[in-house]
Design a binder for this molecule. Structure first.
Ligand code: ADP
Length: 255
């Protein structure tokens, strides 16, 4: 259960004549278990919106509710607890600690939890297995490929089993094949019930989501399902029923 309700969010940076209005009157609902893409030109407000959803950037106006919790009415410490309990983050630049192994990186979010190290290690191993890195846990990030680093970052984001995953250009540094593998991982997590909000510039990645939130100059431009996605889904359904073929086989036709 993790319904996200944004009401008339606004965000300005700076003061007086130097003020930049990054978001204006942004309202939407994301239902529990949705996979939503956030798109828009550079400077449209995508990162600002994601950081507000991530309980890291106080809006200038409006409010954000997650499961009925008014996120920005929480005190800083409560908000940190909220972040830890409700949210997983995946970034384009991985943010792995270079001198910790992949397994130790995945264990990091478990550090504050009162649980034996053995159990933390078991949970982190299970998360690495979830992303297909079970035999690479002993490597340092410097010994891993870009795709492996991203998969490790995803394992770290989901090791706490948060109901909501926020991703900022998660495939921005990856080749097409590796991006598809990461998107299929996201699809799998989403199928298990995780709500995912992903900023992306890539129409290929956007074809994996259920709905696009499009931002234009800090305002919502359109919240309708992406017609291309709808087309691929209906094509996929009819093909699955007739020939057993899946969406991934048709991704190339979309881009
Ligand atoms: P996007 O992620 O779509 O590129 P951003 O949310 O990063 O957009 O930025 C939206 C607008 O807010 C841009 O004009 C950007 O320059 C401005 N902006 C973002 N962060 C800051 C900040 N910390 N201080 C001042 N202006 C900012």
């Amino acid at each position: 259960m993790s319904t996200i309700l944004a009401r008339q969010l606004g965000k300005s940076y700076g003061k007086d004549s130097g003020t930049v209005r990054a978001l204006s009157d942004v309202s939407f609902t994301i239902a529990s278990g949705e996979f939503v893409g956030v798109m828009g030109e550079s400077g449209a407000g995508k990162s600002t919106l994601l950081s507000i959803l991530g309980a890291m950037n106080t809006p200038t106006s409006g409010d954000l509710q997650v499961d009925g919790i008014d996120v920005y009415a929480l005190k800083a410490e409560q908000r940190a607890d909220f972040r830890r309990e409700f949210l997983g983050f995946v970034f384009q630049s991985f943010h792995l600690i270079p001198y910790l192994t992949l397994l130790e990186n995945v264990m990091l979010p478990l550090t504050p939890l009162a649980m034996p190290t053995r159990e933390k290690r078991a949970r982190a191993s299970a998360a690495l297995q979830r992303v297909g890195l079970e035999d690479k846990g002993g490597r340092l990030p410097g010994e891993a490929s870009g795709g492996e680093k991203e998969r490790c970052a995803i394992a770290r984001a989901v090791v706490n089993a948060p109901p909501v995953l926020l991703a900022d250009e998660p495939t921005g540094n990856l080749d097409t094949r590796t991006s598809d593998a990461v998107m299929n991982l996201f699809k799998g997590l989403n199928a298990e019930g995780m709500t995912i909000v992903m900023v992306t510039h890539s129409s290929r990645c956007a074809s994996y989501v259920e709905r696009i939130l499009k931002l234009n100059d800090g305002r919502i431009a359109n919240t309708a399902p992406d017609p291309k996605t709808r087309f691929v889904r209906s094509l996929d359904k009819s093909l699955q029923s007739s020939s057993g073929c899946g969406t991934s086989d048709w991704q190339a036709a979309v881009d």
